[in-house]
Design a protein around this ligand. Structure first.
Ligand SMILES: Cc1cc2nc3c(=O)[nH]c(=O)nc-3n(C[C@H](O)[C@H](O)[C@H](O)COP(=O)(O)OP(=O)(O)OC[C@H]3O[C@@H](n4cnc5c(N)ncnc54)[C@H](O)[C@@H]3O)c2cc1C
Length: 378
C-alpha cells in the first residue's frame, strides 16, 4: 500500500520503518527542516557541542525490546541523569534523597532516622489529598515543598499547585539513600551521535521517501491508502472546536568559555527566578571534550497559536474538549492518530517507540481497518 506518515519524529519514523520492512511504500512529510521531531539534536556551530534543540532528552526505559530497537540504530553511551536545584541560596541534589534531606535540615540522619523524620514533618492531617499541593505537603511537609516544588510548579504550569490535580504527584520520588540517579529505569543512555543521527538511520530504507519542509493538509488524505498522523489532533480539524491547551517553552541560548555550572541540568526552584532551569548541553556527552559551552535558560508559558506545543495541560476543561475531538476522530476513515500530539499526551521517547511498534503491528494485522486510535487518548 501507499502509506503516509505525517511527522518525521519518533512516531512517524518507527511506524514508517516497520511498514517499509513489510513491503509498503512509505512517504514521510515534516513541516520542519530536519527529522527527529522534538528529539532533534545538532552540533552547535560555535562550540561543536551536541545541542538538544527542543530541550534536554535523556533516554530511559524498562522495555528491553525498545532498548534493543534503539541500540540497533545507534550506539548508546552510559548516561545517568543527575539533576541539581538551586534554592534558598544553596545547591541541592534531586530527586530528594538522603543527601538533600541532611543538607536541607543540617542533619546527619541515617536512612531509618530520615524516614521517621520526614514522617514527622509531613502533614499527616491530610488524609485524602486532592491537589498537587496537598499531595506534596502530605509526602514531605511544607519546608521541602516550598523549596523544591512550589515555585518550580507555578513557573512550569502557570497555575497554583493547589489548582493542579494530586495525580501529577502520585509517585513522589523521595529516596532514603544517597542514590541521585533521576530515573529508576533499567536501561539508560545517550545516543553517541545524537537522536537525529539515530532517526536518520531508522529512515534509511529503500521503501521510505522523506520530504522535509512539507506541510500536510487534510485535503491530501485521499492520495494515500492510509495516513498515520503525528501532528496535533485539534489541528486535523482546523481547531474547529477550539484549541487543546499546551504549555510552550522559550529557550534563551548563551555560551560560555569553560564549564558554566558543572552539570547538565540545574533547576531553579524559586518563583522570583523567571526561568525553570538551565541546561548545559556538553554535559549530556561526557565522553566528548569541548572548551566552549552552550547553555539554554528555559522559560515556560502558555502556548499561543504560533508557538510549538510542548506539554499538554490535560485538566478538566481540556479533557472535555479532548473527548469531543476524539469523538470526531473516531468517525474519520483512513487515518490513525499517533504520538504525543496526535493523542494529546505527554509521552517519553521509549513509550512513543513502544506505541509506534504496536501501531505498526496493528496495521499489519488489520490493514485499512486500523482504528483512529490504537492507543486511546482518554
Ligand atoms: C522539553 C521536553 C523534554 C523531553 N525530555 C524527554 C526525556 O528526557 N526523555 C524522554 O524519553 N522523552 C522526553 N521528552 C518526550 C519526547 O520529546 C517525545 O517522546 C517525542 O518527541 C515524541 O515523538 P513524536 O514523533 O510523537 O512527536 P514529535 O517529536 O513532536 O514529532 C511530530 C512531528 O510532526 C511534525 N508535524 C506536525 N504536524 C505536521 C503537519 N501538518 N505537516 C507536516 N509535519 C507535521 C512536526 O513538525 C514534528 O516534527 C521530552 C519532551 C519535551 C517537550
Amino acid at each position: 500500500m501507499k502509506l503516509l506518515m505525517v511527522g518525521a519524529g519518533l512516531s512517524g519514523a518507527v511506524i514508517g520503518r516497520k511498514l517499509a520492512e513489510a513491503g509498503h511504500d512509505i512517504t514521510i512529510v515534516d513541516a520542519r527542516p530536519h527529522v527527529a521531531g522534538n528529539c532533534h539534536t545538532t552540533r552547535d556551530a560555535e562550540t561543536g557541542v551536541m545541542v538538544h534543540v527542543y530541550g534536554p532528552h535523556i533516554f530511559h526505559t524498562d522495555d528491553a525490546e525498545v532498548w534493543d530497537y534503539v541500540n540497533a540504530f545507534e550506539t548508546f553511551q552510559p548516561y545517568k541523569n543527575r539533576v541539581k536545584t538551586t534554592s534558598k541560596g544553596q545547591v541541592f541534589s534531586l530527586p530528594i534523597n538522603l543527601h538533600t534531606i541532611n543538607q536541607f535540615y543540617g542533619k546527619t540522619l541515617r536512612p531509618d532516622e530520615a524516614r521517621d523524620f520526614i514522617a514527622e514533618v509531613a502533614d499527616t492531617s491530610i488524609e485524602d489529598p486532592q491537589s498537587f499541593e496537598e499531595q506534596a505537603l502530605r509526602f514531605v511537609g511544607p519546608d521541602l515543598y516550598e523549596a523544591f516544588f512550589k515555585g518550580y510548579t507555578i513557573k512550569q504550569w502557570g497555575v497554583q499547585p493547589s489548582d493542579l490535580p494530586a495525580a501529577i504527584l502520585k509517585r513522589l520520588p523521595v529516596r532514603f539513600n544517597y542514590d541521585d540517579n533521576y530515573f529508576f529505569h533499567a536501561f539508560q543512555g545517550m545516543p553517541e551521535n545524537g537522536y537525529t543521527a539515530m532517526v536518520e538511520r531508522i529512515l534509511d530504507h529503500p521503501k521510505i521517501t522523506v520530504h522535509l519542509e512539507t506541510s500536510f493538509e487534510r485535503a491530501q488524505k485521499d492520495q494515500w491508502d492510509h495516513v498515520f498522523y503525528s501532528g496535533p489532533l485539534d489541528g486535523w480539524f482546523d481547531y474547529d472546536l477550539g484549541r487543546l491547551g499546551y504549555r510552550t517553552l522559550d529557550f534563551e541560548r548563551f555560551s560560555y568559555d569553560g564549564d558554566y555550572q558543572g552539570c547538565a541540568v540545574m533547576n531553579y526552584g524559586e518563583e522570583d527566578v523567571p526561568y525553570t532551569r538551565i541546561t548545559e548541553h556538553k554535559h549530556f556527552s561526557p565522553w566528548e571534550s569541548h572548551e566552549g559551552s552552550v547553555l539554554y535558560r528555559e522559560f515556560s508559558r502558555a502556548c499561543e497559536p504560533q508557538d510549538i506545543p510542548y506539554y499538554p495541560i490535560r485538566q478538566v476543561k481540556e479533557k472535555a474538549l479532548l473527548a469531543d475531538y476524539v469523538a470526531l476522530a473516531e468517525q474519520e476513515e483512513g487515518v490513525t492518530f499517533v504520538g504525543r500530539l496526535g493523542t494529546y499526551r505527554y509521552l517519553d521517547m521509549d513509550v512513543t517507540i513502544r506505541e509506534a511498534l504496536d501501531t505498526a503491528a496493528a496495521f499489519l494485522a488489520q490493514g485499512q481497518a486500523t482504528p483512529a486510535f490504537v492507543k486511546a487518548p482518554l
